[in-house]
Design a protein around this ligand. Structure first.
Ligand code: SAM
Length: 286
């Protein structure tokens, strides 16, 4: 299939992707979407766009490959330094408070991609709390819709691109190089992160609420309705007083949500808010 999607085909794919993942492809992205689907058409040997659309309705494995191909997965360590400065300050404040310094910490990297964000979280935690996190129980959860990026994330091995904004001293302290020139993340730290598949359009089952949620650079692909839905699910599993960090270009101005604004792209769940320990319905395919 050499041609791009026609407008009716584009609309059918748009609706399916929106229904599955909350992702909104604007009409000007028709060419991009056509290219992405064309790769799957070739790999699956389906003769037409409509035949492929049928196929993903019936074939769960191909559906996953389709979702992998329509998501954008760019990520790197220490993306948006301002966020990491805020995270560090909050951790330091907590660490200085004798009443709370030993409290367990739960942190969610909610669109984790290949894991650079979750591993940056672990680096900052060790920098502030010390080796072994000074005895504090730490759990970091990384989730994503794409099975392909999660497979990579579970390796804890990164291409040089992901480390381009990481100071050399941190590269040396927290990584070793393998024979392909890739960066292998510190194995002792890496055991504190778990990666699971989770669709942000669904509620997450969390045994305990999170103190910090990083929900960055994913809502740019959602429309207002999807954003609202995601934020509702995130709110349900955030600890009152817990922090939500969104991507720098992700405005929540016209979106209904229960978080309080702290500073650009940083929010807090009001301490008076009720935080259920688990969401009402389980997440799909974790
Ligand atoms: C651009 S990456 C952001 C990675 C990281 N948070 C960062 O800021 O560097 C966006 C990620 O969101 C994931 N994603 C898209 N739609 C999703 C959904 N409905 N549920 C969960 N993850 C989703 C994609 O698979 C992709 O890995």
């Amino acid at each position: 299939m050499e041609r791009d999607l026609t407008r009716p085909e584009f609309d059918r794919y748009h609706d399916r992707i929106y229904q599955l993942a909350g992702i909104h492809y604007p009409a000007e992205k028709l060419e991009l979407l056509s290219n992405r689907i064309r790769r799957r058409l070739r790999a699956s040997k389906e003769p037409s766009y409509d035949a492929y659309l049928n196929r993903i309705q019936q074939d769960g494995k191909e559906l996953q490959a389709f979702l992998d191909s329509v998501t954008t997965n760019e990520t790197y360590f220490f993306r948006c330094q301002r966020h990491w400065d805020h995270f560090r300050e909050q951790l330091e404040r907590r660490h200085a408070d004798p009443l709370h310094k030993r409290d367990p910490l739960r942190i969610w990297s909610a669109a984790a991609s290949t894991g650079a964000e979750a591993c940056t979280i672990l680096i900052v935690l060790q920098q502030v709390l010390g080796k072994g996190f000074g005895g504090v129980t730490v759990e970091v959860l990384g989730t994503d819709l794409s099975g392909q990026v999660l497979e990579e994330a579970r390796q804890g091995v990164f291409r040089p691109y992901a480390l381009a904004q990481t100071p050399p001293a941190i590269q040396q302290q927290f990584f070793t190089r393998n024979d392909k020139g890739e960066f292998v993340f510190d194995r002792a730290l890496f055991k504190h992160v778990q990666f699971h598949r989770h669709n942000l359009m669904e509620p997450l089952t969390a045994p305990r609420p999170f103190d910090f949620v990083f929900l960055r650079n994913v809502m740019i692909y959602f429309d207002g309705k999807s954003r609202e839905r995601v934020l509702q699910h995130v709110f349900a599993v955030t600890q009152p007083g817990g922090t939500l960090i969104v991507g720098e270009s992700e405005s929540l101005l016209s979106v209904k949500h229960g978080f309080q604004y702290v500073k650009p792209s940083i929010f807090v769940k009001p301490t008076g808010a009720v935080s259920p320990t688990a969401s009402p319905r389980p997440s799909r395919a974790c």
